[in-house]
Design a protein around this ligand. Structure first.
Ligand code: TRP
Length: 445
């Protein structure tokens, strides 16, 4: 089982897998929402700058560390800095992947169940808030969907990098893109859609505050799946002759394009029906079903939407699982199938309290968060930024930006990293992450 390391069958295999990791719930609901509440196009401009200055340098750093070392995150840091505690950054990444997987699967399970609710039909008289709360506050059903989703991940990951991950992302990512465009076209052709487009695209600089910049930086980081070794792991299945700057650019470009199109799917629909673009899970599972209930053939489009949301979640979740599985197989020598089943089973169990947080464990809160939001906050506000910060410091100062830059620039590719890479990874990226980390904590505590 521990023979030669698997490699992507083609460049497209890597790009689709990494874009599949990046495109997730963050693109479909979080990006449109954050954009809308931060001045529309004004936020979009700041976000794009953050993607170029912070997201892209971090993306190539992670992918590059993976390609260079051909190892899981723990092994990668060990290979570049032997006999130092830097491997702990990789270990933090593995742990983070594990935590995110456990509750991401629960939310993905809601999405799966809504595929069937849409098939049963959405009608205008339905109370969608009660439908949603009624669903998540049950015990058996959400746990069953969580189990089904986790089993899908296990099935894909157990089959391997090429026969599992690559095979499925090649099928699923094009379907996701087509469904998103179909849903966006439906939304844009609704009467009254123009108001939503205006809300989304008219720059309103009066809404821009310090928080806008922090949101843009945080989103650029989260949406690209950075800070926990997912891109190190996927990068480790690149061959030495694959380019880092070029492949990284495709992944970042694809993720950004999908996020922007998602805004065109959500806002016109919400505004056409005079609804509020409210935050979070509520927008996806309460407001949008209400929108679909009102429009012609709405249940069909709701079905397409929840299929697309489930695909986005699945291709992200498999990258989370792969980080943990790669660590166990590389470092502990366990066969891939056994490792996958073990990781799936433990994450399933660890995720169960987040389901029960809406019923029997609803009294358990942390800083006012329910259990699912607690898992989410610890992972996103603490673990990912800390992991990303340490990775940037490692690349910039320990491996050194000069050596990293040289390594990433071989073999020569159309995009050549200049010395600006060092400026970004040593100064701009760490400062930006520290700001997000500090203000993110102050905001809540
Ligand atoms: N990028 C994913 C999204 O936009 C979420 C995410 C963050 C993620 N970190 C990750 C997914 C790590 C997989 C691996 O929804």
């Amino acid at each position: 089982m521990n023979g030669a390391r698997e490699h992507w069958g083609s460049r497209l295999g890597f790009i689709l897998a990494a874009a599949g990791s990046a495109v997730g719930l963050g693109n479909i609901w979080r990006f449109p929402y954050v954009t809308g509440t931060n001045g529309g196009a004004a936020f979009l401009i700041i976000y794009l700058v953050a993607i170029v200055l912070i997201g892209y340098p971090m993306m190539i750093t992670e992918v590059g560390i993976g390609r260079r070392t051909q190892r899981n995150p723990v092994g990668a840091f060990k290979a570049l800095a032997p006999n130092t505690p830097w491997w702990l950054v990789g270990a933090l990444g593995v742990l983070t992947g594990f935590v995110i997987l456990s509750y991401y699967s629960v939310v993905a399970g809601w999405s799966l169940s809504y595929i069937f609710k849409a098939i049963a039909g959405f009608t205008p008289e339905m109370a969608f808030d009660e439908l949603f709360v009624g669903h998540i506050s049950q015990i058996g059903e959400p746990i069953l969907w969580h189990l089904i989703f986790m089993a899908l991940c296990v099935g894909i990951i157990a089959a391997g990098v090429v026969r599992g991950i690559q095979r499925w992302v090649k099928l699923l990512m094009p379907i996701l893109a087509v469904l998103l465009v179909v849903v966006a076209l439906r939304a844009l052709t609704l009467p009254g859609a123009g108001e939503g487009v205006a809300f989304y695209l008219q720059p309103d600089f009066s809404e821009v505050t310090g928080t806008t910049f922090l949101d843009a930086i945080g989103q650029s980081f989260f949406t690209l799946s950075l800070g926990m070794g997912a891109m190190i792991t996927y990068g480790s299945y690149l061959k030495k002759e694959d380019t880092v700057p070029g492949n990284g650019a495709y992944v970042v470009g694809a993720d950004t394009a999908i996020a922007i199109i998602a805004g065109f799917a959500i806002f016109p629909a919400v505004f056409a029906l005079g609804l509020e673009p409210g935050a979070g899970a509520g927008l996806t599972f309460i407001t949008l079903p209400a929108v679909f209930a009102e429009i012609p053939a709405g249940s069909f489009f709701a079905f397409l939407f929840f299929v697309l949301l489930s695909i986005a979640a699945l291709t992200s979740a498999i990258s989370l699982m792969e980080v943990v599985v790669a660590w166990i197989t590389d470092e502990k020598g366990m066969p891939r199938k056994t490792a996958t089943i073990l990781v799936g089973a433990i994450s399933f169990v660890v995720g169960i309290p987040t389901v029960l947080g809406y019923s029997v464990l609803s009294d358990v809160t942390f800083l006012g968060f329910d259990l699912l939001d607690t898992y989410d906050w610890i992972a996103n506000a603490i673990m990912l930024p800390v992991g990303g910060l340490l990775t940037a410091i490692f690349a910039g100062y320990v491996w050194t930006a000069k050596k990293a830059q040289e390594d990433f620039n071989t073999p020569p590719s159309r995009i050549v990293l200049g010395n600006w890479y060092g400026v970004m990874i040593k100064f701009i990226v760490p400062i930006a992450i520290i700001l997000v980390l500090v203000f993110g904590i102050i905001d809540v505590v």
